[in-house]
Design a protein around this ligand. Structure first.
Ligand code: NAP
Length: 299
């Protein structure tokens, strides 16, 4: 049985659906106030709990062979539906989940992270990911850390100031570093695969099929829209200063800015091989943008 922590999220929900569609028994840890009906509708078991309440974590781990952990507070902090900080949830709470999984005899722990290099300003989210990666490296469980490049659905959305409908986009830094934004569905498929395959690697760095700079992405979006996007720029020193200043006052904003800045500096040394090797045919950024433009045009 597979325990999913974060299954009411976009990525976590897609992983739950995939696993259920392939006949797996799935249990989901869901916060008390959160609607669990989509998960019940696919036949998943739901256990109420919260990463910030350590006493709620052992029961869902009982009898689980594998845990897949995608939960994060960042989007809920932006939406105002989590008063718990990124440190409370992503670092301390996730640490308690690792403890509970170990104590319950869980065999495999699949954890979603992202690549963090030397340009990192150690924002709360980066700090949490590094702490949990280190914690898992010392665990007796079989651990699989999936470090995913940015998700297309998140990084190319109005929330990340990439607004196709309004015809505008923001660029943090120079915008000329190639990254490999990847489809959320492809990462969900990867998580489902590594939860089940007999001998998964301890670490998987992965991105989408198309290495593109932010400027190139904005160019493609402009061509598809038949008019150039209006670009708002934030120079690197300004982004750096804002990230450092916001670290204490606004953990979600500091973390998002920090990720944006690091993505402008650190080149992708990873690719889409981990997806293709598992029979996942990854969606390119161009395909994603075409779908978005068609949806906007009402097709
Ligand atoms: N965005 C990117 O570009 C990117 C890149 C690489 C990796 N990632 C990683 O991808 C994952 C995001 O997955 P997603 O799209 O499914 O996220 P999401 O849509 O923001 O969902 C967050 C999930 O975490 C749960 N959660 C929040 N606080 C919790 C708590 N205190 N206790 C238990 N659960 C809690 C939420 O539950 P509720 O529904 O109850 O709030 C929800 O299920 C994260 O691990 C993120 O770091 C993202």
């Amino acid at each position: 049985m597979i325990l999913l922590v974060g299954a009411t999220g976009d990525l976590g929900g897609r992983a739950a659906k995939r696993l259920r569609a392939s006949g797996q028994e799935v249990r989901c840890l869901v916060r008390r106030q959160t609607d669990d009906s989509p998960l019940r509708a696919i036949g998943a078991e739901v256990v109420r709990g919260d990463l910030t309440e350590p006493a709620t974590l052992p029961p869902p781990c009982e009898g689980a062979d594998t845990v897949i952990a995608t939960a994060t507070a960042i989007s809920r902090r932006f939406a105002g539906t989590s008063s718990a900080t990124i440190r409370d949830v992503d670092e301390v709470g996730m640490g308690h989940l690792v403890d509970a999984a170990e104590a319950a005899g869980v065999q495999r722990f699949v954890y979603l992270s992202f690549p963090i290099g030397s340009a990192s300003l150690r924002t709360p989210l980066e700090q949490a990911k590094l702490t949990i990666e280190r914690r898992l490296a010392n665990s007796p469980m079989r651990t699989v850390v999936v470090r995913s490049d940015g998700l297309q659905e998140v990084q190319l959305s109005p929330a990340a100031r990439f607004d196709l409908a309004a015809g505008k986009a923001a660029v943090i830094g120079k915008g000329d570093n190639r990254r490999r934004l990847v489809a959320t569905g492809d990462i969900a498929a990867l998580l489902a695969a590594v939860a089940l395959e007999p001998d998964p690697p301890a670490q998987i760095d992965v991105g989408g099929p198309e290495p593109l700079t932010k400027k190139e992405i904005i160019g493609i979006a402009g061509e598809l829209a038949h008019h150039p996007l209006k670009v708002q720029r934030m120079p690197r020193p300004v982004a750096r200063m804002a990230t450092l200043m916001l670290k204490r006052r606004n953990d979600a904003m500091a973390s998002a800015l920090g990720v944006g800045l690091a993505s402008d500096i650190e080149e992708a040394t990873w690719d889409d091989k981990p997806l293709r090797q598992r029979g996942i045919n990854p969606k390119s950024v161009t395909e994603f943008l075409k779908e978005q433009s068609q949806a906007l045009a009402g097709h």
